[in-house]
Design a protein around this ligand. Sequence first.
Ligand code: K1U
Ligand code: ZN
Length: 173
Amino acid sequence: MSLRSILLHPDSRLKKVCDPIDSVTPEIGKLAEDMLETMYEAPGIGLAAPQIGVMQRLFVMDCVKDEDTAQQPMVLINPEILWTSEERKSYEEGCLSIPDQFAEVSRPASVRMRWLGLDGKTHEEEFDQLWATCAQHELDHLNGKLFIDYLGPMKRQMITRKMEKLKRDRARG
Ligand code: K1U
Ligand code: ZN
């Protein structure tokens, strides 16, 4: 397993729609392993392939935050939303590509999703609570959308400016 670097906003790769995955190969298995390792190390509760510069429709997540509860890593390939609840829930979201910036985003409280697993089989599940928020945030990444795209232009611009400064400072060392 290897740790991958996480792209920081603004980056044109984070604005692109990702390509479907044709088949679940050992390379995809290795990619998913690397992504889970990178997500746990960050630490984060989700990570989408474009965040490490891989423009394919795959994300990983594990929303178990309690250290006394067993990890629950999930790998979703070519995920799609089948149903969303009318009820909505606001959550203060963060993003590993936009470190230290958080904002309330309202999304459907529950979603039913279908995806391909690493076993090559189709899976379907309803997600609630933080799992639903995270799954929608990650699916957005596969469609080139960031949580700041749900904010007003002033707040989005303020966060983008902070990120541009962070990238400049990091480049200088
Ligand atoms: O996609 C990402 O950038 C990962 C992101 C996922 C996410 C967070 C919050 C709401 C929706 C989606 C993160 O994991 S940010 C880090 C984070 O939320 C966290 C880190 C450590 C412990 C608990 C949460
Ligand atoms: Zn994110």
